[in-house]
Design a protein around this ligand. Sequence first.
Ligand code: HEC
Ligand code: HEC
Length: 303
Amino acid sequence: MKALKWIGIVIGGLLTVLIIVALVLFAISKQHENQIYQIEIASIQINFDDEDALYNGRHVARVRGCVECHGNNLGGDIFLEDPVVGVLVATNLTKGTGGLGNEYSDEDLIRAIRHGVRKDGKSVIFMPSHEYNVIDEKDLGDLIAYIRSKDPVDSSHLPDTKIGFPFRLMYVLSGGDIHLFPARIIDHSLPVPAYVAVRTPVELGGYLAATCIGCHGPNYGGGVIPGVPPNWPVASNITMGGPLADYTESDFATVMRTGVTPDGRQLEGEFMPYPVFGYMTDEELAGLFEYLRTRPVRETGTR
Ligand code: HEC
Ligand code: HEC
């Protein structure tokens, strides 16, 4: 009997400790969520109603993945729903009901896109702004013009974002690998990069490859993607230490446009967003492949 009592006390004690740890982690995540950023935004030139600007803006919205999460009409969408992660909703960017088009100035949009900071001063939730502060002044201006040109969409049917309790704990325990509050990891002092009229293929590839990092890792070595539900496949190694070593340039273009790899696997667009990358021009894909070929070789799984 005495032994049982002691086991009970030990288990009770452990549970209490676990609950306290969980509450502390939760509190840390709340503190990160509620941190306020004050960021002044310099205005940039935006060519509203200019056909070329709108055409390029749509291209940027596709190849940078905006439409992947916010929907083709930019009317917002649930982009992740999972018992652990919670419900993550990409905002309606139009002027329709539930959209921020009427409330946000151009500067407010730029602050959200490049700095990951919302109008209320808090970090955006899980929106990959840290991949977007490389976007140059012209592409950024054209992107804003394009967002402004979209027809109003009513998104009142969409739920509110709710971060799952376990995901908050995972976020804190990941020690920064999960970018739940991207404003924390962005260097807010960086100015908007100047427009570059002509880029070499490798420069063009490097410019676009910022969008691959979130999943394939900053070193492009692939591995488990931080913060996605367990049903997601592991991201491939896209340095020459992985399958791309055996790719030709046209194999690469085929994967990026159809999701079919040279060894005959059909990748799923839900995980590897080839449906939007497929909009890249031949020149962009060639540059991207050339850029990846110049990256240091990594072992698979070393992100
Ligand atoms: C991986 C999915 C994903 C991608 C890709 C993405 N977003 Fe988002 N975006 C989100 C989510 C989720 C939110 C909601 C964030 C929140 O609730 O704080 C959001 C919010 C926003 C907001 C509003 C932030 C605010 O102030 O409330 C803007 C503006 C925005 N995104 C623009 C863009 C643009 C432009 C692109 C492409 C360059 C883009 N997003 C790409 C997921 C994404
Ligand atoms: C939202 C996450 C995500 C983003 C962003 C992303 N990828 Fe992927 N990618 C994946 C995943 C996951 C796989 C593995 C899919 C599988 O094995 O089913 C993959 C596989 C690939 C493959 C196939 C390699 C092979 O033969 O196994 C290539 C090539 C590739 N990605 C290139 C890119 C490039 C280039 C970019 C940036 C322009 C990019 N990916 C951005 C998630 C992503």
